[in-house]
Design a protein around this ligand. Structure first.
Ligand code: NI
Length: 191
């Protein structure tokens, strides 16, 4: 089932998410729905707060970046109760977007290598190190579970430049071809 995606201005995107209980009802279905919602919106990652659930869970499929990094073909993962335990290397810039910020793209500085502990979709504990674009997407989605969004990483100057665009999102005045809930009207749009 495709779920509506909350857009910028919705307070849920600003909440620090809580841990997922291993007995959380419908966890498998939620994961399926999150993937379906992400693919429908042509995203490479989606975090539970973006679909209105303040839970520490996000999904990633980095396959769209296989042309940049061959190893990303089939890079499909579920991260439950993730903790980034280490970030390493010299920050690098990459142009990011976010399904909660239609029509906004910004160059964001992030570390190139991260080590993350999490539970996978079978609730098996894992610890992995990722680099490059995978590390980039994981950090972006992890931020969502902390109530942080990608534009929090840009300078106040750049933020002023996109202020008009941000206000348009808050008012629901942007065209989106996936199901969303804009904070202004709390309505679902089916463009
Ligand atoms: Ni995002």
């Amino acid at each position: 089932m495709i779920l509506p995606i909350l857009t910028y201005g919705n307070p849920i995107l600003r909440q620090k998410a809580t841990d997922v209980d291993k007995d959380y009802p419908g966890l498998k279905e939620l994961i399926e729905n999150m993937f379906e919602t992400m693919y429908n919106a042509q995203g490479a990652g989606l975090a539970a707060p973006q679909v209105g659930l303040s839970l520490k869970i996000f999904v990633v499929d980095a396959t769209p970046f296989r042309k940049d990094e061959k190893k990303l073909e089939g890079f499909k993962k579920v991260f439950i109760n993730p903790v980034i335990v280490e970030k390493q290397g010299k920050e690098w810039l990459f142009n990011e977007g976010c399904l909660s910020f239609p029509e906004i793209r910004e160059n964001i500085w992030r570390k190139p290598v991260i080590t993350i502990k999490y539970y996978d979709e079978n609730l098996i504990s894992r610890e992995e190190t990722h680099d490059g674009i995978a590390a980039r997407i994981i950090q972006h989605e992890y931020d969502h579970t902390e109530g942080i969004v990608f534009i929090d990483h840009i300078t106040p100057f750049k933020r002023r430049i996109i202020r008009g665009k941000l206000n348009s999102i808050k008012k629901g005045q942007v065209r989106v071809d996936y199901k969303t809930i804009f904070p202004a009207n709390k309505q679902k749009s089916f463009n």
